[in-house]
Design a protein around this ligand. Structure first.
Ligand SMILES: [Zn+2]
Length: 274
């Protein structure tokens, strides 16, 4: 997905188009409370998943050249047959319940997680900050896109980011998410906090904790690299109705960045079922 050098005239035309789009209400600037899904810093431009502002153009955004030039970008195609057996420590999850506090930031619905839930890998501990969804899945597993992919975003005190990805397939009702998914915030900027609702992110992990692990990036501008990815091999389930309730939100279907080249990176497979 690397962009070839562009002649200047189309670039100017595109910049003009972007500025026109960005001047309309639909492309109004990001509210301060709604950062991009996995970002710790902000890009100055406007982006999305549609033709004019989609992933192929993200590298043109101010501060987001990594989206076009990065060599360790996410998502990627996860192919079991090409993985290396993992000998690194598995993540140890210490998740507590959190209030359900959702925001539609125009790129996804983000669940802001109460402080105090962590994941530990070796000596490093990361706080669960938020989780959110993409449709269809951003990673693929053995060539398959799932209808949804959940990203649990963790940060440590030195600015490190660790994301746990969980594929979601159609199946049984997901009791942990059902109440929240009946109250998804509809429009960009909307918040939803169903009264008394709580969730424990442990319920969002598959029973079998086998996972793919690789070094990647944020999947949204500015596509910053240095992100530790742990993608669970087994999917969890949600009902067709629950999946549809996310997919019918305006402007969020699709909201997936396509798979990026591996460029020689190793993808590990940790097969332990602990
Ligand atoms: Zn994400």
């Amino acid at each position: 997905m690397h962009l070839p050098p562009r002649p200047s005239l189309p670039g100017v035309r595109r910049a003009l188009l972007l500025s026109l789009l960005c001047s309309t209400a639909a492309w109004a600037s990001e509210p301060a409370h709604a950062p991009p899904p996995e970002a710790t810093s902000h890009t100055g431009g406007h982006w999305g998943y549609g033709e004019a502002v989609g992933p192929a153009h993200w590298g043109d955004l101010p501060g987001a050249t990594t989206c076009a030039t990065g060599k360790e970008e996410s998502p990627v195609e996860l192919v079991t047959a090409n993985t290396t057996p993992d000998t690194h420590p598995a993540p140890s999850f210490n998740y507590r319940p959190s209030r359900v506090r959702m925001v539609n930031n125009g790129h996804t619905v983000e669940f802001e997680y109460d402080a105090g839930s962590t994941v530990r890998v070796g000596e490093k501990e990361y706080q669960l900050a938020q989780f959110h969804f993409h449709t269809p899945s951003e990673h693929t597993e053995d060539g398959v896109h799932f209808p949804l992919e959940l990203h649990l975003v963790h940060k440590n005190t030195s600015g490190g980011v660790l994301v746990v990805g969980v594929f979601i397939k159609a199946g049984s009702v997901n009791r942990a998410l059902d109440d929240a998914f009946h109250h998804l915030p509809w429009n960009k900027g909307d918040h939803s906090e169903p009264k008394g609702a709580s969730i424990n992110a442990s319920a969002l992990l598959p029973k079998n904790k086998a996972f793919f692990q690789y070094h990647g990036s944020l999947t949204t501008p500015p596509c910053t690299e240095g992100v530790e990815w742990y993608v669970m091999k087994d999917p969890i389930e949600m009902s067709d109705a629950e999946i549809a309730s996310f997919q019918r939100l305006p402007h969020l279907n699709p909201n997936n960045r396509p798979p990026q080249p591996l460029n020689g990176r190793t993808v590990y497979l940790h097969a332990s079922t602990r």
